[in-house]
Design a protein around this ligand. Structure first.
Ligand SMILES: CC(C)(COP(=O)(O)OP(=O)(O)OC[C@H]1O[C@@H](n2cnc3c(N)ncnc32)[C@H](O)[C@@H]1OP(=O)(O)O)[C@@H](O)C(=O)NCCC(=O)NCCS
Length: 152
């Protein structure tokens, strides 16, 4: 039975990331990703974690949607839609009259049409540049800028 709940273990979270080929990092960081999120929603089929989403928001005007993942075996069944819609609803629930919040995300390549269904606009557009990011990678030797091929 498919259930949605606001709980996930660091191991389950990293397992889902690994499943879709995303960058791995220490469990200590995974714990912070979970604890510091405004909302984390995990989808389970019985006990097995098969999807996740993280919503980051500090109560100010920028919120970030992260880690939208559905196990490939369960894709195409409306689970991704529920995860994104629940995140937007959670943000709306936290907003007071007069609030303005920009909900942003980094789309994986080719997933833009999925996010457009929920009102996200592809950048660049008339109002915004393309969006930019960088990876900071700390090795034993110090910072490295070797980030080619690192996904989400
Ligand atoms: C992207 C992802 C989360 C979609 O999850 P999903 O459960 O398969 O999506 P849903 O079944 O809820 O689909 C919702 C809608 O989006 C559409 N959709 C799903 N994936 C799409 C894609 N890649 N391109 C265009 N439309 C897509 C569906 O057709 C559906 O449309 P409808 O509701 O109008 O009929 C899933 O493919 C995934 O986890 N991919 C790997 C990780 C990833 O790339 N995540 C995005 C990171 S930015």
């Amino acid at each position: 039975m498919i259930k949605y709940g606001e709980y996930i273990t660091p191991e389950e979270y990293m397992g889902l990331r690994k499943m879709v080929g995303w960058v791995e990092f220490p469990l200590e960081q995974a714990e912070a990703c979970i604890e510091k999120a405004y909302m984390i929603l995990c989808v389970r089929d019985d006990e097995k974690a098969i999807g996740v989403v993280r919503l980051l928001w500090d109560g100010g005007y920028i919120a970030f949607l992260s880690d939208v993942i559905v196990d490939p075996e369960y894709q195409g069944q409306g689970i991704g839609r529920k995860l994104v819609e629940a995140s937007i609803q959670k943000l709306r629930d936290g907003m007071k009259p007069g609030y303005k919040v920009k909900l942003t995300l980094n789309s994986a390549k080719g997933k833009e049409p999925f996010y457009e269904k929920f009102g996200f606009k592809v950048r660049p557009n008339d109002d915004a540049g393309p969006g930019m990011d960088q990876w900071l990678i700390m090795n034993e030797e110090g910072l490295s800028d070797e980030s080619a091929g690192m996904l989400c």
